[in-house]
Write a protein that binds this ligand. Sequence first.
Ligand SMILES: [Fe+2]
Length: 314
Amino acid sequence: MPAIKVAEFAFPRMEAPDLDQMEEFLTHFGLVRAERTSDALYMRGADDHHHLHVTHKGGTKFIGFAYHASEDDLKRIARLPGASSIETLNEPGGGKRVRLKEPNGYQIEVIAGMQAVAPIKVPRDPVNTGSDPHRRAGRVMRLSKSPTTIQRIGHGVLATPKVKETTAWFRETLGMIRSDDVYAGDKDNVIGAFSRLDRGADYVDHHVLFCVHNEKTGLNHVSYEAQDIDAVFQDHEHIKKVGKYQHMWGIGRHLLGSQVYDYWQDPWGRVHERWADTDRLNAANGGNVIPAEEGFQSQWGERPPERFIGHASP
Ligand SMILES: [Fe+2]
């Protein structure tokens, strides 16, 4: 039995030397300012969470991930060895939290009671596919201008030399379950592990966390759900046209998770992914153990560059 089952990914917490530059990048990326204090930046999407991204003024450190859970979960998890007591979150959005350390030393926050906000309505016309009935009949498609507001947060990816230990910690502590464990050579040699939330019969993203083998430890990337595939392509053009940011990988469609992806680096090299159209699974869908040759592919799009595969922002 895991200690608790977290309900949702909340946000990554990181540092940046210049909050103006961070806000500018995240705005082009499709997030919207929720609040800015003298030393921190909180960015939201279109959903009802107060924020989905936190940056503190400082260096370039990745601090860790936060997950939503219930107040009861906080009581339970605060009893684990090494856990903090239940603390009041003294920042915009509020709520309570318990802090833990995952096996690589990054801070994991389990939070409850963050303020809800009114969702932002992003107008989208339905997409016609080859199959009948066409969903958009008698009206024309007109996309809104870029950047299209991000809908919600998706997943975080940790690069680590300790894939097995790290994955086990998240599954046993936060109640995540296996979607796909990917091995190289020997079945025991898991080099990448995709975990999703366990919300029983409810469907969730194919992964909320991916741990991938790397000599270095750090954030490989953090990801957000765009409105649709048009938004991924259209905003790719937008970010490119801004001309300030390094493109990392994409556009393509993953095999594991099936998202149409696009990866960009913030001004300090931290990789942020925008995606659309993920696979959704529930607990009954179970998990797989598969070889790397089979799993680490795209359904279309170029192979990932070495600089992405080896990427870790400490
Ligand atoms: Fe991703």
